[in-house]
Write a protein that binds this ligand. Structure first.
Ligand code: R5P
Length: 296
């Protein structure tokens, strides 16, 4: 039995109304506590932004350049990531369970690069996502692709399962080879993902008018890095995307294929979380490389 609460003078702070703060991410205010908590493991509540490190490429293209040995090349980057996007296979086999930040699990798959990529299906049970303590699951959505409807239904089924357990769903807009990557397409694809329940959306940065893509999407948008480009250009792209309303990056190749991946992810963080200009972040990047070369 607990001891009786004998204190006579209790303080109910009658003069202080209980605060009810709006959640920091757009589109999530009406979500349940668990979902919001998970989103706070993906996005930094102080800045409202995220640097997601995307290393899930192997799910359709095998040992991608820079990911041949995730244990060697990626583990040193973990301390600089807010979130890790990956497959459950790599998570279980290589990532230490002490990783403290958000896990976004690749939940769709099927075809390899040798086949029609839009022919994906849901590739994991939601129970396994829960078992792995995932903050979100990610699914490709191929608007305009051959298996458009199937991929949209993969997403809506994951949204239903995710809502049941408070797991967020990241809708990834996958642009087929024959489609034009412009703001008009991205507005269409991102809005469809959000309308059909994605908690947040990943898309590509496009010029001009990326701000119309973020403005017309009622949930947060993060940008993929895409193919490896020169480091300064990748930093400029991240800067432009954030300036135009993106809530972060989900970057892979432009980090792990950079000359110095640790310096690169730190430079990306400067832009995403500290509003650094691309020139400042690139200066930092070059200094880091110069220091390293001096030591060698
Ligand atoms: C591709 O579909 C994967 O989902 C990647 O996570 C995504 O493309 C982001 O990686 P990257 O910055 O290399 O484009």
């Amino acid at each position: 039995m607990p001891e009786a609460d004998e204190k006579k003078e209790k303080n109910f702070y009658i003069d202080i109304p209980q605060k009810s703060k709006a959640f920091f991410l757009k589109g999530s205010n009406n979500s349940d506590w668990g979902m919001k908590n998970r989103m706070s493991h993906i996005f930094d509540p102080d800045t409202g932004k995220t640097v997601m490190l995307a290393i899930d490429h192997g799910y359709f293209q095998g040992p991608t350049t820079g990911l041949e040995r995730v244990d060697v090349t990626i583990l040193p980057l973990l301390p600089y990531s807010d979130t890790l996007m990956l497959t459950r296979g790599i998570l279980r086999s290589i990532i230490p369970p002490t990783y403290p930040n958000g896990i976004v699990l690749r939940a769709s798959g099927g075809p390899s690069i040798l086949k029609e990529l839009s022919n994906e299906q849901i590739a994991m049970d939601i129970e396994d996502a829960i078992r792995l303590n995932a903050a979100a699951v990610a699914v490709q959505v191929f608007i305009g692709g051959e298996y458009e409807t199937q991929s949209v239904h993969n997403m809506t089924r994951l949204v239903d399962m995710g809502q049941r357990y408070g797991i967020a769903v990241l809708g990834v807009t996958a642009v087929g080879k024959d489609l034009v990557r412009d703001a008009k397409y991205m507005r269409l694809a991102c809005r469809i993902c959000a309308e059909l329940g994605a908690t947040y959306v990943k898309t590509y940065y496009v010029e001009p008018d990326f701000d119309t893509v973020t403005a017309s999407c009622p949930v947060p948008i993060v940008i993929a890095g895409g193919k490896k480009i020169p480091e300064f250009d990748a930093l400029k792209m991240a800067y432009n995307a954030i300036e135009q309303g993106a809530c972060g990056v989900d970057m892979g190749r432009n980090i792990f294929q950079a000359q110095d991946p640790i310096a690169m992810i730190q430079s990306v963080r400067m832009i995403v979380h500290r509003n650094a200009k691309p020139e400042q972040a690139y200066e930092f990047y070059k200094e880091r490389i110069a220091k390293k070369q001096k030591k060698e």
